[in-house]
Design a protein. Structure first.
Length: 141
């Protein structure tokens, strides 16, 4: 049997991304404020338009995505609904919900107001704070 000697060598592989991973921020609803808003403003509180800590009160359930990596938000969705699927969010400048705010103006630490709407027409009014990462999902995308 013949043996040959091979010189030891080191191979270095460089990481090559195969897809872009979007940055995102979590948004936590102030459920006490939001529930009181629904009651005080004639919302549909008694027909299921309520807020709780396990759904909109969890910052992992509302996410602002920076899809193109330019450091600004491109869209906001609520994912942790009670059987309603993913809901698009409309952001407003204040609690009057009269003046729509572009998602690209939102930054972490901002307090924002937003609405979500179910297919049956029910509308939820939210107020909450934007976090640099979503609770429980620091690298969510």
């Amino acid at each position: 049997m013949s043996k040959t000697w091979e010189t030891p060598r080191v191979l270095v592989e460089e990481f090559e991304e195969n897809e872009y991973v979007a940055a995102c921020w979590g948004v936590e609803c102030d459920v006490d404020w939001a529930n009181q808003y629904e009651v005080d403003h004639g919302g549909d509180y008694w027909n299921g338009v309520t807020h709780d800590r396990t759904h909109c009160g969890n910052s992992s359930n509302q996410v602002i995505f920076d899809d193109d990596g330019d450091g600004t938000g491109d869209r906001m969705i609520e994912t942790g609904t009670a059987g309603l699927g993913d809901l698009a969010c409309t952001i407003y400048w204040d609690g009057t919900y009269n003046s729509v705010r572009s998602v690209d103006t939102v930054k972490p630490e901002d307090t924002i107001y937003w609405t979500t709407c179910a297919t049956d027409g029910r509308i939820w009014n939210h107020k909450g704070r934007v976090f640099a990462t979503a609770e429980g999902h620091p690298n969510r995308s």
